[in-house]
Design a protein around this ligand. Structure first.
Ligand code: SF4
Length: 238
């Protein structure tokens, strides 16, 4: 463990990504690649990590949440072609949107592309394309640089090469388990963030020392535990 950040419970883990990178930069411990789970990665964080510190933030970006993409029946956002210079989208039926307007959703900037009501009401694909009986389809996309990061990341994360690279992140779960089970990380012994942070730093030092000692002594690694159900199934198949 090379860094410890402590925060209050309501702060989501991912919100500390930028602070962690800035802190690592101050101690010359910036990684070239930082593997994170989905909670820590957004297109904006990928961009910021690369631009501010040259870090490749590697993790799965959440899938398109739109009802069309989830059902697989309508046209997800990826089915639309975007002309960024004209700020216009073209739908799979070849209809073009009005120029995008900027809007903010949960504090983030998006571009909204709206299609003409007349086009959508007359379209044979209207029902799978939009759930609304009367309104036309519209899509909201991130600004171009972030949209392109999002699209590329979603494509990359489906490849075997990306998944093999990302698989090494699984090792962090054992580290977390050690900190929780052996060193009581789940509970703070103190009141206040400052003292709790000291506990976390000491816990990290303890884990690092234990691991170093185990490595020097060539202590065999623990076996991955299986549930009883999994053991039963494995025995039945075997
Ligand atoms: S409903 Fe509108 S946006 Fe969707 S495919 Fe038809 S014309 Fe295009």
């Amino acid at each position: 463990m090379v860094h410890v950040a402590t925060t209050i419970a309501p702060v989501q883990d991912g919100q500390l990504t930028e602070q962690i990178h800035d802190d690592l930069a101050q101690t010359a411990l910036v990684p070239t690649e930082h593997l994170v789970d989905a909670a820590y990665i957004t297109p904006a964080r990928v961009q910021r990590a690369q631009q501010a510190h040259g870090i490749t933030l590697l993790g799965p970006i959440v899938a398109d949440h739109s009802q069309q993409a989830k059902s697989g029946k309508g046209f997800g956002k990826s089915a639309f072609t975007i002309d960024w210079d004209l700020r216009q989208a073209t739908c799979p039926r070849g209809k073009t949107s009005t120029p995008a307007r900027t809007l903010r959703i949960k504090g983030h900037e998006y571009l909204q592309f709206r299609f003409a009501k007349a086009d959508c009401l007359a379209c044979p694909d209207r029902h799978p394309c939009t759930a609304s009986a009367t309104r036309p389809r519209s899509i909201a996309l991130l600004p171009r640089p972030l949209h392109e990061i999002q699209v590329q990341n979603r494509l990359d994360q489906k490849t075997e090469q990306w998944q093999r690279r990302y698989a090494i992140r699984a090792g962090i779960e054992a580290t977390l388990s050690q900190a929780v089970r052996s060193n009581g990380l789940r509970r703070t012994r103190y009141r206040g963030l400052a003292k709790t942070h000291v506990q976390h730093v000491l816990t990290a030092i303890a884990c690092n020392l234990t691991r170093t000692a185990d490595w020097i002594a060539e202590t065999p690694r623990g076996r991955t535990r299986s549930s009883r159900f999994h053991t039963l199934c494995t025995a039945a198949v075997g």
